[in-house]
Design a protein around this ligand. Structure first.
Ligand code: HEM
Length: 154
């Protein structure tokens, strides 16, 4: 498993991002458990740190890669898994990250006017957690399609 991971054609940056994203996905699940245990302060810190760290990773690593490797093939090459996976992942990823920031602003600050703040926190947070994991799995699928070519040539 580890050998297969090291033998992929992935650049080091992609491997670091993959590991970071898996850690963040697990971190959000642990953060959700904190809320269930009614440790709301720790829950808020944990989830906010992950949403902000992810914003940095997406901005620095994923969006530039999307512009260079994916966008030139949209929409002409969307029939190919390489482009389709990355585009679906990017679209859902953008919605998820923005929704995460919206929850953070609503719950953790008073920046937003009262009218725009969320009231049904539980539904929002649970939905984003599920969406986040869908995006994470799509990211892993993108990684596999882009960098583990021997899986596709046999
Ligand atoms: C919740 C938000 C997101 C999560 C959890 C996430 C997760 C991941 C993961 C695990 C990978 C595989 C590692 C890698 O190949 O670098 C990846 C790759 C990628 N993601 Fe995301 N992502 C998110 C948002 C986005 C957004 C908003 C975009 C673009 C608009 C995007 C575009 C990409 C691209 C193009 C790759 C391939 C990068 C490369 O290897 O050069 N992602 N993502």
């Amino acid at each position: 498993m580890i050998k297969a991971f090291l033998e992929t054609a992935a650049p080091r940056g992609a491997n670091v991002v993959l590991l970071l994203e898996i850690a963040m996905g697990i971190g959000l699940l642990l953060g959700a458990r904190l809320a269930r245990k009614e440790r709301f302060r720790q829950h808020a810190w944990c989830q906010s740190a992950i949403v902000l760290l992810n914003l940095a990773v997406v901005t620095v690593m994923m969006i530039p890669s999307f512009y260079v490797y994916v966008l030139p093939g949209v929409p002409a090459k969307l029939g190919k898994a390489y482009y389709a996976l990355a585009t679906t992942h990017g679209a859902f990823g953008a919605v998820t990250e923005l929704a995460g920031l919206y929850i953070l602003l609503s719950a953790g600050t008073s920046i937003l006017p009262e009218k725009l703040r969320i009231t049904k926190y539980k539904v929002w947070m649970r939905t984003i957690l599920v969406l986040w994991w869908v995006v994470l799995l799509l990211g892993m699928a993108t990684y596999t399609r882009w960098y583990v070519p021997h899986l596709f040539r046999k």
